[in-house]
Design a protein around this ligand. Structure first.
Ligand SMILES: [Fe+2]
Length: 365
């Protein structure tokens, strides 16, 4: 009997909550609030008087306009419409039409998310902190190592974020899609792929080739989802080891995704200067061309529901593991949400139950 396919990705299409995500670059967030989207939500990013970043929902609880159209006044996020002011916890602290700080402010609070600034990026923990306390944000060690240096490439693609992770967990596409590129045309076009488990994720590797092309990738969950891969450089790219790419993927909504790729290299001294110069003069342009090849291929795919009709081959073993990886985390979170909902239901049933008076004993005649 034919069965109706089930789209298990449906609950994931706006993103996986309870993780840290890069939301903007540090240089995009200046003195003015910045309105963005992430995981389908409208968010406002802003800096307090100490320059610390904050992430809140981008709606004024008074009459609904976007707080990101307002300003930061004396360290408080100020709505453009009636100048209601909100502190870094999202609590309203002043309503000018009511005389400023007054009793009525207690009724107004904007939901907030934990925020921090690392690696030139503004990070937000898009999660439900009561059930999922924010984990420490662990980044790939090479990103903050003084022995490494590099550049960030970031772009918005008109595709669902799950498509981007499909692409990243599929090293086999390199030798085909990127065949006409500076670094990715070399090596065999036929191979088998294997998956190797890691403590916080997994690696996808070509069985018959390493150190030639985009031959392996690692996917990690360390409080944020990220990938790591190496692209061996030809001699003309100057001295030094392979180019390391560490990538982060932020779903904006169902149809748009922002990618952040650190192009990183372990080089010091004059080699570092040479690599940085070559990158700006020549390599960066080539990297953008490769990224554009990915963008065009991904944007040409249809909506995420069309994956129900795809037919996979052995080389897609990483794609399959990636999807299971996300499903495993989704199911873990759903169990916690379900338990909390059951406990809340039990507590409210207890409250609603009438108190039965103790039976009065009648003395025997
Ligand atoms: Fe690619």
């Amino acid at each position: 009997m034919a069965t109706t396919p089930v789209n298990r990705e449906e609950p994931l299409k706006l993103g996986l909550r309870n993780l840290w995500y890069p939301l903007a670059t540090s240089s995009e967030l200046k003195d003015r609030p910045l309105g963005i989207r992430a995981l389908g939500e409208e968010l406002v990013l802003w800096r307090d008087d100490n320059g610390r970043p904050h992430v809140m929902q981008d709606r004024c609880p008074h009459r609904d306009t976007r707080l990101s159209l307002g300003a930061v006044v004396q360290g408080a996020l100020t709505c453009p419409y009636h100048h209601f002011q909100f502190n870094t916890e999202g609590q309203c602290i002043a309503i000018p039409s009511e005389g400023g700080a007054c009793e009525a402010t207690k009724r107004f609070r904007v939901p907030t998310y934990p925020a921090q600034e690392r690696m030139g990026l503004i990070w937000g923990y898009i999660g439900d902190v009561d059930l999922f306390p924010p984990p420490r944000l662990e980044l790939a060690e090479e990103l903050e190592s003084p022995y490494w240096t590099g550049f960030l490439q970031t772009a918005i693609w008109r595709t669902n974020w799950l498509r981007v992770y499909d692409n990243l967990s599929d090293p086999m596409h390199g030798v085909f899609l990127h065949a006409k590129s500076y670094t990715l045309s070399r090596g065999s076009r036929t191979d088998r792929m294997r998956v190797r488990e890691l403590p916080d994720g997994f690696a996808v590797e070509r069985e018959g080739q390493r150190g030639v092309n985009f031959d392996w990738v690692e996917i990690h969950n360390t409080g944020t989802l990220w990938c790591r891969l190496d692209i061996p450089y030809p001699k003309s790219a100057g001295p030094g080891p392979a180019l390391r790419i560490v990538g982060f993927v932020t779903p904006l909504d169902e149809h748009r995704t922002r990618v952040y790729f650190f192009r990183w290299r372990k080089v010091q001294g004059w080699q570092r200067t040479l690599w940085r110069t070559l990158y700006k003069a020549f390599l960066e342009y080539n990297h953008w061309r490769v990224l554009e090849q990915d963008r065009v291929a991904l944007e040409a795919q249809r909506g995420i529901e069309s994956r129900l009709h795809e037919k996979l081959v052995q080389a897609d073993v990483g794609v399959v593991r990636m999807r299971r990886f996300l499903q495993q985390e989704l199911q873990r979170q759903r169990a916690i949400y379900a338990r909390a909902a059951a406990e809340a239901r039990a507590a409210s049933a207890d409250e609603a139950r009438p108190t039965v008076p103790a039976p009065v004993e009648t003395p025997a005649p």
